[in-house]
Structure formats: C-alpha cells, structure tokens
Design a protein around this ligand. Structure first.
Ligand code: ATP
Ligand code: MG
Length: 421
C-alpha cells in the first residue's frame, strides 16, 4: 500500500492528474484484495489443507492465523479420536454385550460381545431397529414397558442354550445403553443348588420311609414272630447305615469345601495307603472274586492330606469293584512320568455311556439310580474325589465305554512329589 502511495505521488509530481493516478492505485489495491480473497476461498475449499498461501501485509497475517488455528484443531481432533478409540477399545474388551440405542431404539453402536450374544453385527446392522433384529417377545414388552428397574432374563437369540440378563440404562440425549450379561453358569449353579436340596431330601426320605414303615409294623402288629421281627430290625439297620453314610459323605463334602486345603498336609506314603485300600476292596469284592492287580511305584510319595487322598483313591477303587461284574479285572497303577504323578484305576466293568461322563462328578448323579442304590451308592463319591483332587492341584480324567470298562485317572503335578523313602 505504501509502495502504491509513493508511486501515486511520484506520478503526480511528474505528470499531474492526481485523481487519475489515485484511482488507478485504488483499483490495483482492490484487485490485489480480491485476488487474496479468491486464494482464501480456494484454500477454505480445500478445508485449509496444505501450506497457507503465501501473501503479504494484512493477508499474510490472516493466512498465518488461520493456519495456526487449523494446526491447533488438528491436534485437538487427533486427541479426541484417540480418546474415543480408547473408550471403544475398552467397551470392545468388556465381556458384557453393549449396544448404544437412539431414542427410537435404532442401533448406533455395539461391541463384539453383543455380536456373540445377540447376533448384532457392526458391519451391517448399525442404524437398524433393535426389535427388527432381536425379535424376542419378552424383549419387545420389556422395551415397551420402559421400566428398567429389573433386568430381563431371556435366552440368547444366537444360542438357545445360553441365558442372558439384559438391562437398559438411559443416558445422554434420549439415548439408551443395552447391557447384556451371559448368566448361563449362574443359572446352572442355581439349578444345581435346587437339584441338590431336592436330591438330599429325596435320598433321606427313602430310607426314612422304610424305617418308619417297619417301626409302625412292629409297633402295631403284635403277632409278629421273633424271626420276622429280627428280619425287620435287620432292614432298619441297613437303612439307618445308609442314612449314616449319606450324612457322612455330605459332611465330608462340606468340610472339603469350607476348610483350607493346607490342613494336615504332609508327605503321604501312597504305596502303603493303597495296600490297605486294595485289601479292603478284596474284602468288598468277597464272593464276586474280582481279579485285583496293582502296579505301584513304592518310592513315590506326594504332599497332601492323607485322609482326603485315601478317601478319593478308595472311592475310585470301590466304584470299580461295585460296577464290575463277578470275576472282572481291576488294575490299579501309581507312577510318575515327565508330565506328573498319576493314579489310575482300570476295570472291565459295565462302563458308562458317553452322555453321562460330563455330569458324573455332580452330587447325587448316578448313571443307573436303581443299580447304584442297590450297591449302596449315594452318588456323592465322585463329587468328593473331584474336590479332593482340586485341593491337591490334581485333575480327574474319566474315559469309559459302556459294556467294556472304565478308566479313572488322577493327575497330580510334579511339584507335589516329596522325598523317596
Ligand atoms: N467304575 C465305574 N464303572 C461304571 N460306572 C461307574 C464307575 N464309577 C462310577 N460309576 C457311575 O458313576 C456314578 C457316580 O459314582 P459315585 O462314586 O459318585 O457314586 P456312587 O458310587 O453311586 O455312590 P457313593 O460313591 O457316593 O457311595 C455311579 O452311580 C455309577 O453309575
Ligand atoms: Mg462311588
């Protein structure tokens, strides 16, 4: 501008006509401004990307300020994107299903757990109505009711075997967050607890009914012979022994669950323990004449609670005797290899059909209730074995073929091995 003024003054002193030179200078100045405006518009059109156009005077200042403003914005934008993606990552990592819903229940966002539990995919379901995708009558009425105090319990639309607890939380501008939790395990535990109480009552009721029946007969029928009374007392004795063994097993289980696993832990001479259990098993077998053989590493001792280990090992050996027909073979081994220490009981018994294997260690679970009741079993033995092994860092493995035989193996880690004696 200064240059133009100087040029106007110079031209005026040389040639006169001040207003002419002045108008020409104003015109040039205007054209320059328009040109800068044009460059600014062009730069704005490119969303201020790239370097600022070079300029001078007031326009240089304008371009520089805009450039700095853009840099600041860019940095802020980056920070925000980072923060949002951190939140999204955290939400993705959540084990619970999370679905962000708009005011009219359209899906705005969901995490991968929502895909697994509800079958909603971010790739093609965003913007869709939730109820079009998850068509569950209970969910429809839950959404319509708009009272989200209590969660809704419903089967997963992806897998009917799994149960979900769904809760809606209102937040922000009329938005809702759907949070889904897989409660299958919890439901299963609740069911097991209910079954357990029902089973205990049932198991206790049977011998009690028998005892009551005989006691009433003996009280009311005075014509009973001495022999008949004797027989009845024998039956009563049998049933009360059964009751006693149920109560003993339950108490043992509850002790295993409540006491610390470190009680009375010492080096257990397993070979000696097995000698005793095997001789008891031979006695149990009696006239059934099972062929019981053993291959025992006599120098292999482990750290543990002797009473608990005896209880677990004897449960497995007695089971083999009980569920193997007369003259069947039972083989017991106790050995160590690179993977750990192993106790196994193999029998040529009735075996267990595959569908029962997974549930065998549940309390009161029996494959053939009538048969195991006949042999005096309560269905608590393997539950005790499992607990004992857990307390000794061990694992129970069961393989069996119906009609051929079974193999029960207890695996302990090498860290449990103590000195050789
Ligand atoms: N060696 C085996 N061969 C075939 N079936 C077996 C064998 N061991 C266990 N079972 C099956 O598993 C069920 C559960 O065994 P578990 O030891 O828990 O109970 P139980 O022997 O019936 O009673 P308890 O041991 O409490 O006196 C048994 O009822 C039986 O049906
Ligand atoms: Mg048993």
């Amino acid at each position: 501008m200064l240059l133009l003024l100087v040029a106007v003054l110079l031209s005026y002193t040389l040639f006169g006509y001040f207003f002419v030179w002045f108008s020409i200078a104003i015109g040039i100045y205007l054209v320059w401004h328009l040109r800068q405006l044009d460059r600014l518009l062009e730069w704005l059109e490119r969303r201020l990307t790239g370097e600022a156009p070079e300029s001078s005077g007031i326009w240089e200042d304008v371009f520089m300020r805009l450039y700095r403003f853009r840099l600041r914005n860019k940095r802020r934008h980056k920070r925000l994107v980072k923060r949002i993606s951190r939140f999204q990552e955290a939400a993705q990592a959540m084990p619970n299903a999370i679905v962000v819903l708009s005011h009219d229940n359209n899906i705005e966002w969901c995490n991968s757990a929502a895909t697994k539990m509800l079958g909603i995919h971010t790739s093609h379901d965003l913007g869709q109505r939730l109820l079009n995708l998850v068509r569950h009558p209970q969910l429809v009425s839950y959404l319509l009711k708009a009272d989200f105090e209590d969660p809704l319990v419903m089967p997963s639309p992806v897998n009917k075997e799994r149960t979900l607890s769904v809760r809606l939380v209102a937040y922000g501008d009329d938005q809702t967050l759907l949070v889904g939790r897989d409660i299958t395990r919890l439901q299963h535990l609740k069911q097991m607890r209910r079954d357990f109480v029902a089973n205990v009552s049932h198991e206790m009721r049977t011998p009690l009914t028998v005892i009551n029946g005989y006691v009433e007969m003996m009280r009311d029928d005075h014509s009973l012979s001495k022999q008949e009374s004797q027989d009845m007392l024998m039956r009563i004795d049998e049933q009360s022994t059964r009751l006693q063994s149920i109560v003993d097993d339950l108490l043992q289980l509850s002790r295993l669950e409540s006491s610390s696993s470190e009680t009375k832990v010492r080096s257990v001479n397993v070979a000696e323990l097995l000698d005793n259990v095997i001789s008891d098993a031979k006695e149990l077998s009696g006239e059934q004449q099972h062929e019981i053989s053993a291959d025992i590493d006599r120098d292999l001792n482990i750290l543990g609670n002797e009473i608990e280990i005896r209880s677990a090992f004897s449960n497995l050996i007695f089971n083999a005797v009980r569920y193997t027909p007369d003259k069947g073979q039972i083989m017991v081994t106790w050995y160590k290899n690179n993977e750990g220490v192993h106790f196994t009981v193999r029998d040529t018994g009735i075996g267990i059909p595959a569908q029962h294997l997974a549930r065998l260690t549940e309390r009161f679970y029996r494959v053939d209730v009538a048969r195991s009741r006949h042999t005096g079993g309560t269905g608590l033995g393997l539950a005790i074995v499992k607990h004992v092994l857990q307390r000794h860092d061990g694992e129970l493995e069961i393989t069996s073929t119906a009609g051929v035989g079974s193999l029960f193996s207890c695996h302990f880690p090498l860290s449990r091995v103590t000195k050789t004696s």
